[in-house]
Design a protein around this ligand. Structure first.
Ligand SMILES: [Zn+2]
Ligand SMILES: [Zn+2]
Length: 242
């Protein structure tokens, strides 16, 4: 009862004092998703066909990285991202970690599903997996933001999203102060596959929130390949410049 009353007053307050969109800072009574209004969601910059999935430079093959952005020892056969890590997409990804996680993951997951649905390889994948967080980090936050995206993508594409197949065996120090080579070494062998029988010969869509160096998602893909997966199709919401 109390919840009904408080949500009634919550809606009333939104009606009388509509909330601010975190991007354009305008009040709107339309209802925000992840703190962002409908107009601002439509401003999200998306890659077009033939653009590098990280920097936007033209590439010969759709859904790939240009020569400059290629990741050494990259174990994923393909990579898809919605667009560059620029506002308002970067704000939405930020909110995935700190607030409005559920609603923003639904929106971002649906956008990722749209992209995946336009590509046969992705559409026909056997399962969706998320790059796992270390347990300590997950306890702190209460959830893994990449898993929220993976669940949503799986739901829309009707591909099972599993939770217990791969885990992060050790905590890694922050990547931000490391150079490219150090980052690769920092994440080497940090993922362990718990149930290799479930991934044998499977094509897996592997999800993370942001593509930075690609070292983390690459290391995760490598563990899956070593454990018997057939192909790893990487996918992240946004791509940060190198
Ligand atoms: Zn707005
Ligand atoms: Zn590039």
């Amino acid at each position: 009862m109390y919840r009904h009353i408080s949500s009634f007053f919550g809606s009333l307050a939104d009606f009388v004092f509509p909330p601010f969109c975190s991007h354009c800072h305008r009040r709107t009574s339309e209802g925000l998703v992840g703190g962002i209004c409908r107009g601002c969601w439509s401003l999200v910059k998306k890659w077009q066909d033939g653009q590098c999935q990280r920097c936007g430079q033209p590439v010969a093959e759709a859904g790939s990285l240009c020569r400059h952005c290629l990741i050494p020892e990259w174990s994923c056969s393909d990579i898809k991202t919605i667009g560059p890590f620029e506002a308002p997409l970067s704000e939405a990804v930020h909110r995935l970690k700190y607030s409005d996680a559920k609603s923003v993951s639904r929106r971002l997951g649906a956008m990722m599903a749209d992209i995946a649905a336009s590509e046969e390889k992705y559409k026909k994948a056997d399962m969706v997996l998320a790059v796992p967080l270390h347990n300590a980090r997950k306890r702190e936050r209460g959830y893994n933001q990449a898993q929220l995206l993976a669940d949503q993508l799986g739901k829309v594409l009707k591909i099972p999203a599993h939770h217990d197949i791969i885990f992060r065996a050790r905590h890694t120090r922050s990547q931000t102060t490391l150079n490219k080579e150090e980052r690769l070494r920092n994440v080497e062998g940090i993922f362990k596959v718990k149930s290799p029988e479930k991934i044998r010969d499977k094509t897996i869509i592997l999800i993370d929130d942001v593509l930075t160096t690609g070292a983390t998602i690459g290391s995760c893909g490598q563990s899956l390949m070593k454990a018997g997966a057939k192909r790893i199709l990487a996918m992240t919401a946004a791509a940060a410049p190198l």
